[in-house]
Ligand binder design. Structure first.
Ligand code: FE2
Length: 749
């Protein structure tokens, strides 16, 4: 990407400030602000539409290249007693997951700039080792057998300066006969005085500085660390084995314990406690996973709050990124008269461009229209930089014989940027193959852009999804003359149902999948209070989602028992941020059918279909919806998302799951190919009869029902729906139905 950036917030009020961070390979770039109207460049639709907005940020800016620097680690501030120059012991339980990827630092005070200090490491061929050095002499001793991935090891290294000896203990938690990765070695070495360094003591990486004196990390470790300790003496073999047998750290080493860290506290914060009494407390950087099963966990308990002592591990990854931390390129104070809507900073540099979207709300505590578009920003974050980093999944197979296309990814500059910089979404895997559970807004999000085409959809021909697909809706609103305000998922989570209660109607986007419990509560309160909701998407209100406890810039999802890109490890289903059970809301007793009448039942990435009207569509209760709907028994056989109004991800009504008994199913979309499979969370016996050609549950239902206090809900049950609104110059039944419902919901009637 010649020019690329991100903003420090997604949503703000007029009069507030927003910072834009920009990386540019050229000398300069031009920036201005646009209102985004329609982002889909397809020739089958109305085309790209934006509107220039004059602001004081218009102009040329100096370009500078800014890098993505990922990797999670712990840093403990430098102190004098951590500057050990002679005998020492480093010990931890470790669970490495990429043993032979490269050399990796586990613990130590090591200056990568001049290769001095000390550290426990995994050598590039996967063996536990100790490195220690001064400016003249550098020693690196490692065991002679590689460790195995995904196995707990008791790891200890000692350097005895008097005996001139290095001992290494690489002992698997479970020792099999002829265990190939067990090692216990003693090596004679020369005695050296280890150089004092003033770098932090670090875990899961070490630091160095570049020519610009920037603090950077190297030798990034993938895996878990549990109960790390350091002594300023060489523990005897007997003492090392007492540690292995769980002796308290301060009961060995004759008072030479320098630090013993525990990860069984501060699960939801960045702090790491030293329990040695020496206060070498640390901070985790780039939000590694906490509340992770440690070496003591044997399935005794699933909830870390009940048995925190079993959850002594932090799981580090070389591709974690919580905040890219780029320098600010320019700042915008949103003009006080700017109307609520979808905006972007438009960056241009020679022939390159990027758009950084943001959402402008009405002035605080007010509404400026009867309609609220609740922008599903949590979904944008969950899918942020989705690049199918799912080793072992052959995506072409998803399509059977229905496509002749081959999966060619990454093909575009944005897709290459995501892949090359390891910018993971909650659908991707980490370098070691485990699932990605955190996603932050403080980094470039290349698929949250107008013009972006999600390459897998539409039989691999591509189609808009998420942000760019939701512009189908905002364009239609504008075209049809419906005035609307915007607010984001985060706004609802922070402000509560009062935000919704300022509006006659709340519109979802095409895929509001990632909701917090608070958000569900607030929408329920709004609906009980007589609110009206149009759920214009599919697979909504699905995953238990949380924000960090001290900030909402990042979301957490622990995938479990759903239709999913990965599965959390046993014992790790509870969110580190809130302590709540992760997984699907339905398995916490809150299926989407209870909220909006329909819930996820199938997905397919080949073709979307039309809807067929039901007998219930003639019910006088819904006459206002069907007025002027004249395409015939079937409608919606067109659209910019897989060629139909029903499809991609579809939801069905189900009384047993909570669809209200008086709900009317007005129309159904079905007849899908076997690329559409019934959702896995409902398949109790794999009978081979789950595909769209044979399973009646593979369908999408359009539902309407009245709520308490003159409220109402209308749900389409399909992600594709909004992609059909603009067909035939906005003159079609999908548009007509949406318009009929919206006009009635806005009215007092
Ligand atoms: Fe989804």
């Amino acid at each position: 990407m010649k020019v690329v950036g991100y903003a420090n917030k997604l949503s703000l009020h007029p009069g507030e400030n927003i910072d834009f961070m920009v990386s540019c390979q050229n000398e300069t770039y031009h920036a201005d602000i646009v209102r985004l109207i329609h982002g889909d460049t397809s020739q089958d639709g109305p085309g790209f539409k934006e509107e220039y907005v004059k602001t004081n940020i218009d102009g040329e800016y100096k370009g500078q290249v800014q890098e993505i620097r990922n990797g999670s680690y712990v840093a403990v501030p430098d102190t004098e007693d951590l500057k050990i120059t002679g005998s020492l012991t480093l010990q931890a339980w470790i669970y490495p997951t990429t043993t032979t990827l490269r050399e990796q630092t586990i613990l130590g005070k090591w200056s990568g700039s001049d290769s001095t200090g000390y550290r426990m490491l995994i050598s590039e061929n996967g063996c536990l080792g100790l490195a220690f050095a001064n400016s003249k002499t550098s020693l690196k001793i490692s065991s002679d057998v590689p460790m195995r991935d995904g196995v707990w090891y008791f790891a200890a290294v000692t350097y005895d300066a008097d005996k001139k000896q290095v001992s290494i203990y690489q002992i698997p938690l479970t020792i099999w006969p002829n265990e190939p990765s067990l090692a216990q070695t003693k090596t004679n070495v020369e005695s050296i005085k280890i150089a004092k360094t003033d770098v932090p003591f670090m875990m899961a990486a070490h630091s160095y500085t570049n020519k610009s004196s920037e603090f950077l990390i190297d030798a990034k470790y993938n895996g878990k660390i549990d109960s790390p300790k350091i002594y300023s003496c060489a523990l005897t073999e007997d003492e090392v084995y007492r540690l292995k047998n769980e002796a308290p750290a301060n009961e060995v080493g004759d008072g030479n314990l320098v630090s013993a860290w525990t990860f069984t506290t501060n699960f939801s914060s960045s702090e790491v406690d030293d329990i040695s009494g020496h206060d070498h407390n640390g901070l985790v950087i780039n939000r590694p996973y906490r509340a992770m099963t440690g070496h003591l966990w044997r399935g005794q308990e699933q909830n870390y709050k009940i048995a925190p002592e079993l959850y002594g591990a932090i799981y580090f990854h070389d591709d974690h990124l919580d905040d890219a931390g780029w320098e600010v390129g320019f700042k915008l104070k949103v003009p006080s008269n700017l109307r609520s809507g979808v905006y972007a900073a438009r960056l241009k540099s020679n022939d390159a461009e990027d758009y950084i979207p943001f959402f402008v709300r009405p002035p605080k505590q007010t509404s400026t229209a009867p309609i609220l578009f609740l922008v599903p920003t949590n979904s944008y974050l969950a899918y942020a930089n989705f690049h199918w980093n799912n080793p072992g999944v052959d995506l072409t197979e998803l399509f059977g014989d229905d496509t002749e296309r081959k999966w060619d990814h990454p093909a575009t500059d944005p897709d290459k940027y995501m892949v090359n910089n390891k910018l993971r979404s909650l659908y991707d895997r980490h370098t070691d193959g485990s699932g990605v559970a955190h996603s932050s807004m403080l980094r470039p999000i290349l698929n949250m852009r107008p013009k972006y085409i999600s390459p897998l959809l539409n039989n691999m021909k591509g189609a808009p999804h998420q942000f760019n697909a939701d512009l189908h809706l905002t364009d239609w609103l504008e075209q049809m003359g419906h005035e609307f305000d915007v607010a984001t998922d985060e706004d609802l989570h922070l402000e509560g149902s009062d935000l919704l209660k300022r509006y006659q109607v709340v519109l979802s986007g095409s895929h509001p999948e990632y909701w917090t419990g608070e958000m569900l509560d607030y929408l329920e309160e709004y609906l009980v209070d007589g609110g009206r909701h149009m759920y214009l998407g599919g697979n909504g209100y699905y995953w238990v989602t949380s924000y960090g406890t001290d900030s909402t810039h990042s979301i957490e999802v622990r995938r479990h028992r759903g239709t999913e890109a990965w599965e959390a490890a046993p014992g790790e289903y509870y969110h580190q941020s809130t302590g709540e059970l992760g997984g699907l809301w339905r398995f916490r007793g809150r299926p989407p059918q209870q909220l909006v009448g329909v819930g996820f039942t199938s997905q397919g990435f080949d073709v979307s279909n039309p809807y067929r009207k039901s007998e219930k569509s003639k019910d006088p209760r819904v006459a206002f919806i069907m007025e002027g709907v004249d395409e015939g028994e079937e409608f919606g056989d067109y659209g910019l998302v897989q060629g139909g109004a029903g499809g991609f991800e579809i939801d069905r009504a189900d009384i047993e799951l909570g669809t209200p008994p008086h709900a009317l199913v007005l129309a159904t979309t079905d007849g899908f190919s076997d690329v559409y499979q019934h959702v896995i969370e409902e398949v109790l016996l794999n009978d081979g009869l789950q595909g769209g050609t044979v399973n009646p549950l593979v369908r999408g239902d359009m539902v309407y029902y009245e709520g308490p206090n003159n409220g109402a809900v209308f749900s389409t049950g399909s992600i594709s729906w909004c992609g059909s609104l603009s067909h035939n110059n906005y003159n079609n039944d999908v548009s007509k139905i949406t318009d009929n419902v919206l006009k009635r919901f806005v009215s007092e009637e």
